[in-house]
Design a protein around this ligand. Structure first.
Ligand SMILES: NC(=O)c1ccc[n+]([C@@H]2O[C@H](COP(=O)([O-])OP(=O)(O)OC[C@H]3O[C@@H](n4cnc5c(N)ncnc54)[C@H](O)[C@@H]3O)[C@@H](O)[C@H]2O)c1
Length: 334
């Protein structure tokens, strides 16, 4: 019941037909907080005990990364639908068993790639699908957030708990969007990587090559200044125009002729469709509503474990390339 646990619990509790009835939290101070302010919610110290005693319709896994797969596997084996925050896991290979279980038993499951629910990225995908800027020539993708200019504390700064640094923390959102927009990435070359402490990268730059021949320059960093909030940007060049999209707007430039172009900017405010409750951003409300909707209809959300393993496979290859100093092919775990 940390930051994301509270955000999702509040959002879910406000949905029709949903009630948060139990949580697992090992930290005594947080337990005291929940018992004081949320007396109707049962608190367990251990998720196995909670899942054995409570007859839950679904589970939200919002723990540090190292426990995601273990808890998800327990849910999958016991037919309990689940949502797991991004990143799904520390590495793709860690998900092999989970993948096998879900391929046999397709319970509703979702991985928290909330940018898929952003109105601006949704609009950009719609434009690309309509070939609004023609054939795609190349892409530049970045994800920045000013987080550390020196070593931080907590699970994010221990590879054993987090799986790595900025790449697996925020760069992963870009990789998920790139796979969704342009299909599979064939190989990667990591050009530059820096570390805030050993094994915790704070800046990564590389080149991604897609199976369809497209290339993308990619950069993610925690150590750039003036990004108080995460900013994820895709700049897509096409034969008929270009698109720049981030969390705030989509800018579309249509080439009229060699000299002239026509520009349109769509801000997220004008694309806003309304959500039932907005705690930390409307994307999270849409994400949670979609999960519950899929659960009620027995369907699978677009961002589920099986396709998120592809995202993890690309992340693994970028880290591998940073060590080998050469291009690495992406080996997809299916
Ligand atoms: N989608 C997003 O935009 C977004 C944003 C931030 C974080 N996240 C992800 O959400 C997850 C959690 O991040 P956070 O910032 O909320 O972390 P956090 O440290 O605030 O919260 C984690 C909580 O899990 C508890 N915990 C630890 N081990 C546990 C276990 N075995 N069982 C039950 N509870 C346990 C901790 O005591 C803590 O309360 C991470 O995977 C992170 O990458 C996603």
């Amino acid at each position: 019941m940390g930051v994301m646990g509270m955000l999702h619990a509040g959002t879910l509790n406000s949905l029709k037909n949903v009630k948060v009835v139990a949580v697992t939290e090992p930290e005594k101070l947080v337990v005291k907080f929940i018992q004081t302010f949320l007396p109707n919610i049962k608190v367990y110290e251990n998720y196995v005990e909670m899942l054995k005693k409570e007859n839950l319709d679904f589970v939200y896994i919002t723990t540090p990364v190292k426990s995601h797969v273990l808890i998800a596997e327990y849910c999958a084996k016991n037919n309990i639908p689940f949502f797991v925050e991004k990143p799904l896991s520390k590495t793709a290979t860690e998900c092999e068993e989970l993948c096998k279980i879900l391929n046999k038993n397709s319970i509703t499951n979702m991985v928290g790639f909330n940018l898929r629910y952003s109105s601006t990225f949704t609009k950009a995908k719609e434009l690309l699908d309509k070939k609004a800027i023609g054939d795609i020539l190349n892409v530049k993708a970045t994800a920045y957030r000013t987080l550390v200019l020196k070593e931080g504390t907590g699970w994010r700064f221990k590879k054993e708990s987090s799986g790595g640094g900025v790449l697996i923390d925020i760069g992963i959102h870009v990789i998920d969007l790139l796979l969704l927009f342009f299909g599979k990435i064939k190989n990667v070359s990591t050009e530059k990587i820096s570390f805030v402490i050993p094994e915790i990268d704070d800046s990564v730059t590389g080149l991604l090559r897609f199976e369809n021949g497209l290339t993308c320059i990619f950069e993610t960093s925690w150590n750039v200044k003036n990004y108080r909030l995460q900013e994820t940007t895709l700049e897509i060049n096409g034969t008929l125009g270009k698109i720049k999209v981030n969390e705030d707007y989509v800018k579309i430039q249509y080439f009229e002729s060699d000299e002239e172009s026509n520009e349109e900017i769509l801000y997220r405010q004008s694309l806003y469709k309304g959500v039932h409750l907005d705690i930390g951003g409307s994307m999270y409300a849409s994400e949670d509503a979609d999960f519950v909707n899929c659960l009620e209809n027995g369907t699978q959300p677009g961002s589920n474990v099986i396709n998120s393993i592809q995202v993890q496979s690309v992340i693994d290859s970028i880290y591998k390339s940073s060590k080998s100093n050469k291009q690495e092919g992406v080996i997809y775990i299916e």
